[in-house]
Design a protein around this ligand. Structure first.
Ligand SMILES: Cc1cc2nc3c(=O)[nH]c(=O)nc-3n(C[C@H](O)[C@H](O)[C@H](O)COP(=O)(O)OP(=O)(O)OC[C@H]3O[C@@H](n4cnc5c(N)ncnc54)[C@H](O)[C@@H]3O)c2cc1C
Length: 582
């Protein structure tokens, strides 16, 4: 198998701004078609590793063989599959963000391996990379890159998951150059074989991150949790009983939560890059089965309701893929400006990981929910066979369910999207137009109508609920859902516009049109619901509806001939036997 080579990154001077897509600032969108030959080679190495080493071992992985999982991680390390994010200066490959996303995408069909990989390469490694001192990075990053050292991220506790800052684990400094940690971390992925735990604990100065080696005195582990899915991953408690941690293993004293949140931002995005790969795999299986399986004398792929599932699965995958690589390209512009050994590195990494938090949250909700819906529909398309363990769908369905809970439950993330936008407006980082400042007019572009509708929704919700908007989570969710639909639709359409003429572009345009139907349905439903939530009486309800009406009306009119499009998209998937843009 080809080992991946280090990359040379190119710098760019114009920086993307988080949330600016709302103002129609589409920057220069990056698309999967822009992946370089080097990026594609990294993706190919990941695909071959999955095909030749991971998939054949699925049965043993699913029985919870952590020895095997550990060995596979070591092998992945030898091939460079753990080193993409780590700069060359610290023994990594320093690949681009799109290359890292492509690796995550390609390994996803075995979700236990993908989660083990993500926990190691993203949430365990990035706090150290972004916030560690030069000596901490020199000590640990080369081993994390090669797989000789496996990492784990220990933030959650029995009483604090979503509200991670309510953690009880304490770290007390002793005069002998040691911190003493006491507490219990829960749900910690990779515990069975991890060598290094990034542990978050309270000190007198606030939350601090610690690099805790497995063999440090006072560190022990609970039993394996019995989980719904992800049976191949190790999930245990990490118990800290007077655990002795040298002071030089502390990171970001009093500011450790920034390290956690930055890593989780990138983690959310990277998990959904994985969801793209998972969805492509499911679609391929479903498209092929729809042609083979006959009922009432016809292949099931000739029935409208099966075609609808295939078409929508392909459209959702296309939109997700477009969002993932758009974000990857923008992250790359920000991260490629960081010199890893400079004194400014931590501040720059922090800014880069934080800038696109809105987009990372958007893709988290969209990707995890698309994966949930279509893992479920994959079972449905396969009927009784889909419900058995003979086929991969029951496992996919169990495994993907974690994505709506982990690294920020979707309820929390939906509210966070609105919170981040409001904070950026308040800080003057995002200037949304005032009433009357939102361009009206008969614009026939779905993405633009969605964007303008959500600006109106946000403005009306602010005017109505004021400071209390974040407390009305139901209103925030309506706004978030239209925002997500707008970003998905804009990303899909911009990608189509950027493609050169030809069959590939025609296929992409068709998928963007199928996606538009669901984006529009979401918008119509949420605008109506938001008006009902905000209105105190029928007069106000009428007024709110009147504000949203120009957009909802134009969106409803734009819907046009959905059956023709879904049938064409489904036939395309079945003819190709795969995701149509493979
Ligand atoms: C298999 C697995 C692996 C994991 N791996 C790791 C790991 O490696 N490291 C690690 O640190 N953690 C890990 N976790 C923990 C995971 O991150 C948490 O489970 C997650 O953050 C949710 O926290 P919780 O379970 O405490 O749920 P809670 O926070 O108790 O939430 C319960 C429900 O209430 C909702 N809710 C909570 N607060 C609000 C609110 N303010 N508004 C609206 N709704 C709300 C949530 O959305 C959720 O639906 C893992 C979990 C699992 C299951």
């Amino acid at each position: 198998m080809t080992k991946i080579n280090p990359n040379s990154r190119t710098n760019s001077s114009s920086n993307p701004t988080g949330g600016a897509f709302l103002l129609g600032d589409t920057h220069k969108v990056y698309t999967p078609e822009d992946l370089s030959a080097e990026d594609r080679l990294a993706g190919e190495t990941a695909s071959r590793f999955l095909r030749e080493r991971v998939m054949p071992a699925t049965e043993e992985i699913e029985q919870g063989s952590h020895t095997l999982m550990h060995a596979l991680m070591r092998e992945a390390g030898e091939l460079g599959l753990l080193a993409a994010d780590i700069p060359v200066e610290y023994g990594g490959l320093g690949l681009s963000q799109p290359a890292s996303a492509l690796i995550a995408e390609r390994i996803n069909p075995q979700q236990s391996f993908a989660l083990t990989h993500e926990a190691h390469t993203v949430i365990a490694t990035l706090p150290l990379l972004y916030f560690g001192s030069d000596s901490q990075k020199s000590k640990y990053l080369p081993g994390l890159a090669s797989g000789e050292c496996i990492g784990s991220f220990a933030l959650s506790e029995a009483g604090s998951g979503s509200d991670a800052l309510a953690m009880q684990t304490r770290a007390d400094y002793r005069d002998n150059g040691l911190y003493v940690l006491n507490g219990e971390k829960m749900w910690i992925t990779n515990t069975a074989f991890a060598d290094l735990f990034t542990v978050f604990a309270r000190t007198g100065k606030g939350v601090t991150a610690f690099l805790v080696e497995r063999n440090f005195k006072g560190v022990s582990f609970g039993r394996e949790e019995c989980k719904l899915g992800m049976h191949g991953t190790s999930t245990r408690r990490v118990i800290l009983e007077n655990a002795e941690v040298p002071a030089e293993c502390a990171l970001e004293e009093g500011r450790g939560h920034y390290a956690a949140f930055c890593a989780l931002n990138i983690g959310r995005f990277r998990l959904e890059a994985g969801a793209t790969g998972g969805l492509k795999y499911l679609l391929e299986q479903c498209a092929q089965y729809a042609v083979q399986r006959k009922t009432f004398g016809k292949p099931i792929g000739e029935y409208g309701l099966i075609r609808q599932k295939l078409a929508e699965m392909a459209a959702r995958t296309f939109a997700l893929e477009s969002m993932v690589y758009r974000i990857a390209g923008e992250l790359e512009q920000l991260f490629s400006q960081v010199s890893p050994r400079s004194g400014e590195a931590s501040a720059m990494y922090h800014r880069a990981a934080e800038e696109l938090a809105i987009e990372c949250n958007i893709v988290k909700v969209f990707g995890s929910e698309a994966y949930s819906t279509y893992a479920d529909e994959a079972i449905q398309i396969h009927g009784g066979y889909g419900y058995t363990e003979e086929l991969p769908f029951a496992r996919a369905w169990r495994d993907q369910r974690l994505l709506r809970i982990g690294e920020g439950a979707n309820e929390i993330v939906r509210v966070a999207i609105v919170n981040l936008i409001l904070r950026r407006i308040a800080a003057g980082r995002l200037a949304l137009p005032d009433k009357g400042g939102i361009e009206a007019g008969p614009e026939q572009d779905t993405a633009s109508l969605l964007r303008r509708l959500v600006l109106e929704m946000l403005r009306e919700a602010q005017a109505s609920a004021g400071e209390g908007l974040l407390q009305c989570q139901e209103a925030c969710a309506c706004i978030s859902d239209v925002l997500i639909a707008a970003y998905a639709q804009q990303s899909a359409q911009l990608r189509v516009h950027k493609m050169s003429e030809g069959n590939r572009r025609k296929r992409a345009a068709l998928l963007a049109e199928v996606q538009a139907q669901s984006s529009i349905e979401t918008a119509l439903h949420c605008a109506r619901r938001l008006a009902a939530i905000l209105a105190r009486d029928t007069d106000q309800l009428r007024d709110l509806r009147a504000v949203f009406h120009p957009y909802t009306e134009a969106l409803a009119e734009y819907c046009g001939s959905p059956l023709e499009k879904t049938h064409a998209a489904a036939v395309l998937c079945m003819e190709m036997g795969s995701y149509p843009l493979t």
